[in-house]
Design a protein. Sequence first.
Length: 220
Amino acid sequence: MKNMDCLDLRIVGNKDDFSDEQVRTLSVHAYDIWEHAEFFEPTIQGLKSAIADCSIAAGTTRRMGQKRKSWGMTPEQFAHNVRSTGTGRVGVVFGNERTGLTDDELDCCSVAVNIPSSERFPSLNLSHAVQLITYTLYRALDGRERGYTPITMERLAALVESISADIKHVGMFKNAGMDDNDRFLDGIFARAALSEGEAQRMQKLFHTMAWMKTESDRDK
């Protein structure tokens, strides 16, 4: 991380489960990253809290499927996307080395990132995956033009919740499909890197449509 100027380490787990002495020995001159690391409870809510202030959070995975986001970016595609989103905080979520991220953990993220590798031996060591992705981001963001700050994931969740309520109000998703739609909107809006003004306008648009539907029903 420190090689690539990534200094903000957040661990979804208990600090007591790690050996401080071993970390100090292995990290050498990067020990300060560990000293300033933030810890969050090892739950889905803990993960959500860890990435709440990020404008986009990428979950790393080598497996794809219906519950593993609709598609995955390469590190280069992700870095290009980040470069165009202004100055918001970017998070990359890595699972443990043995099992990676679960479906529920990946579902907390905005997008999935896949590192292309041989089908004969697709798994990478965690340290190698971190180095590849942070290197790609470092190269892409060096000299990034500064612009607006995209909304955080916490604000994004509130936006999706509000829009979903309006969509449900007009008669959609009475039985099923709402969760899939929420995931769809979350991914689309995260990749769009909405500004606060754009988020408010989007929210107002759906509120207006829901209000028009209510007024129309009253006139019948």
